[in-house]
Design a protein around this ligand. Structure first.
Ligand code: NAD
Length: 321
């Protein structure tokens, strides 16, 4: 079995490799070559932790496995560790033998950033110039950094519930040589592309804050009860997702579906757009919305890619198992 420790991931994994892995696996999911197993997520009654498994099998890429981990809210304060902790385990689909164990913390950030980037590539207007960020936490910096590679953006604007956190994304914009402007919510109408990545349980972004022709990637809602945008926006927009079952149960679409505003059949797989079996953006005034819920196959895809890179560079640790 091969081990790729968390400390090695930053030097091994690239944004390009994460993008390719996620784009391919979204396509495989839509063509029926890959499927995600039901998600397990439990409050374990210890350290206030949420722990669970996300797994799946990709028959095209021959990737089988799971990501185990979750959220330990006391880690940072008590132990100086980050609160999100995860590890990916890959298995040989021919034999069931454990194949690799890979640190999953940075990979989670990179695969989540890759998902909104893939949605921008396939759904945003090609002449998009202004990108808007809703959220300025840990994950927002990764989303913005990856998104800036998808279009010739000229300006970054941002709104955050905690405005004192906005310098986090201003720094990323400036590093890319772009100006940053903090805006109020109505100011988001200037954006051609928006990424929302917050832990909110009530919507901040209303339908009136989104201009015609905008692409919005909603990335924060990955649990029942969370919500970033007004349900009415999903009526105005054409809605795409990584996985329809997750979108309508734990994703942003859960609210619009529960309120009877849209139906499950109104939510399309981004992978089908990638495969060319359905249309993505068909006009310059259409609003497209990507509901990125985060699937296990994304984790497996980036982990498999990093194992290949680690083997290539002689960094993977081999153990008898
Ligand atoms: P973080 O704690 O670093 O940042 C949280 C962000 O949410 C901050 O911008 C904060 O200001 C904002 N926020 C907090 N309360 C809010 C409220 N009431 N209204 C509006 N905004 C509020 O967290 P993070 O690591 O950046 O993760 C952000 C979210 O993304 C989390 O909910 C996490 O579960 C989710 N996430 C999703 C995926 C996926 O695949 N879809 C992957 C990783 C993380």
């Amino acid at each position: 079995m091969l081990i790729v420790p968390e400390r090695e991931i930053a030097d091994l994994m690239t944004r390009d490799a994460a993008f390719d892995a996620v784009e391919k696996v979204f396509a495989a999911m839509a063509s029926g070559d890959a499927y995600n197993f039901p998600v397990v997520r439990e409050a374990i009654g210890h350290e206030d932790a949420l722990y669970g498994f996300k797994g799946g099998f990709d028959q095209a890429g021959l990737t089988l496995g799971l990501k185990a981990g979750g959220y330990w809210p006391n880690n940072l304060e008590k132990r100086g560790l980050i609160n999100h902790q995860s590890t990916v385990f890959l298995f040989d689909p021919d034999t069931g033998k454990a194949k690799a164990m890979v640190g999953g913390n940075l990979l989670t950030a990179l695969r989540t950033a890759a998902a909104s980037s893939v949605s921008i590539k396939h759904l945003a207007r090609s002449d998009s110039k202004v990108i808007g960020m809703v959220g300025a936490g840990h994950q927002a910096t990764f989303q913005l950094r990856a998104a800036l590679e998808q279009r010739n953006f000229e300006k970054v604007i941002g709104w955050n519930y905690h405005p004192e956190m906005l310098p986090n994304i201003e720094k990323v914009a400036n590093e890319a040589g772009l100006p940053f402007e903090a805006v109020d919510l109505p100011g988001l109408t200037e954006a051609d592309v928006i990424i929302s990545i917050t832990s909110a349980f009530a919507p901040s972004v209303m339908a009136e804050h989104i201009s015609e022709g905008t692409h919005i990637a909603c990335m924060g809602t990955d649990t029942k009860g969370k919500q970033e945008v007004e349900a009415a926006l999903l009526v105005k927009a054409d809605v795409f997702t990584d996985e329809v079952a997750q979108s309508i149960s734990i994703g942003e679409a859960q609210h619009a579906v529960a309120q009877g505003l849209i139906k499950e059949t109104d939510v399309a797989q981004l992978g089908a757009v990638i495969n060319g079996t359905i249309a993505g953006r068909t006009s310059d005034d259409q609003i497209t919305l990507f509901d990125g819920t985060g699937v296990g196959l994304q984790d497996l895809a980036v982990a498999a890619s990093v194992v290949d890179l680690a083997v290539e560079k002689g960094i993977a640790i081999e153990v008898d198992f």
